[in-house]
Design a protein around this ligand. Structure first.
Ligand code: GLY
Length: 302
């Protein structure tokens, strides 16, 4: 069984952005699927599929991410290999076009798991990962959004998921390869107008990302502060392990816990070790797509 599931954010995606989200997750799924189909491994499929969405200005990851209070893009990402439970993560980087690739480099070559800010960028330079100008990651759409938000004194991160504004949020991929290995990756620009140095759930292993070949893989999207409180990704993994490996039930229960305990909003994708899918969200929309060897064509929806 080879299998892959992708998300491109759970939020109040406006009508005029539905098509770009649909095409964006379709493209990422296609790239990851082709790698798996050709016998490639889950880590490569996840890294490449996340990169596609980081390079697509539609999503709040890489190019086109939300700006922090200083008007800067500040990026977080993580990746986890379920075969070894090795993982790598970066947070609060400003000059990295594809944070998922830096996270993978840390997973593959560093003794550490999470590097932040200047240290993460120094590691990137020392390991041949391209450094870009921070301005190269900024789009006019986000510059305009930032101008609007910073005049709204009442705006808080939490409100970002309560329809006051319409943020996009985070991308993620979980893949199962033909060798039975599961990998999960998640990448984000975080919440709009966030305090500089704020880190959400996405680079935190167990909160935004988790993978374990014995159970499955999970990636989350949504209001990071709430996701962290309920250790969302590992919670859904544990639910899957307890419920006989039903990813849909685990995802739904995870979102119920998120909302009940932390007043949180967002979405989750889950894949079990048999290649079965779970998706749940409590936002108006979520960009999502999946494909496995039993399907004639991919499922894609926003
Ligand atoms: N879920 C992404 C963030 O809150 O940063």
């Amino acid at each position: 069984m080879i299998s892959i599931i992708v998300h491109g954010g759970a939020w109040d995606i406006p009508d005029d952005a539905v098509e770009s989200h649909y095409k964006g997750v379709e493209h990422a799924l296609d790239v990851g699927w082709k790698i798996l189909k050709l016998g490639g491994n889950a880590v490569d499929a996840v890294e490449q599929a996340v990169q596609i969405m980081e390079n697509n200005e539609t999503f709040d990851a890489g190019y086109g991410s939300h700006l922090n209070q200083l008007g800067e893009v500040e990026l977080d990402a993580s990746i986890m290999d379920g075969k070894t439970i090795r993982c790598g993560a970066v947070a609060a980087v400003h000059h990295i076009k594809n944070p998922i690739t830096l996270a993978r480099k840390i997973m593959d070559e560093s003794e550490h798991i999470l590097l932040v800010g200047n240290g993460a960028e120094q590691y990137a330079k020392e390991h041949g990962i391209t450094i870009c100008e921070s301005t190269e990651l900024v789009t006019q759409r986000e510059r305009d959004r930032w101008e609007t938000l910073r005049t709204k004194k009442e705006f808080k991160t939490k409100d970002a998921f309560k329809k006051l504004v319409r943020p996009s949020d985070t991308v993620g991929v979980v893949a199962l390869d033909q060798y039975g290995n599961i990998c999960t990756g998640t990448s984000t620009g975080g919440t709009p107008n966030k305090y500089p140095g704020r880190v959400g759930d996405s680079p935190l292993i167990g909160c935004g990302t988790y993978a374990d070949n014995e159970v499955g893989g999970v990636s989350t999207t949504g209001w990071g502060e709430a996701m962290i409180k309920v250790v969302m990704a590992k919670t859904v993994i544990d639910l899957m392990e307890m419920n006989g490996s039903n990813p849909q039930k685990a995802a739904e229960r995870g979102i119920e816990i998120l909302h009940r305990k932390a007043d949180g909003f967002g979405g989750v994708i889950a894949l079990n070790k048999q290649g079965g899918f779970g998706i749940a969200f409590n936002t108006p929309r979520m960009a999502r797509a999946y494909m496995n060897i039993d399907m004639n064509k991919p499922f894609i929806a926003v």
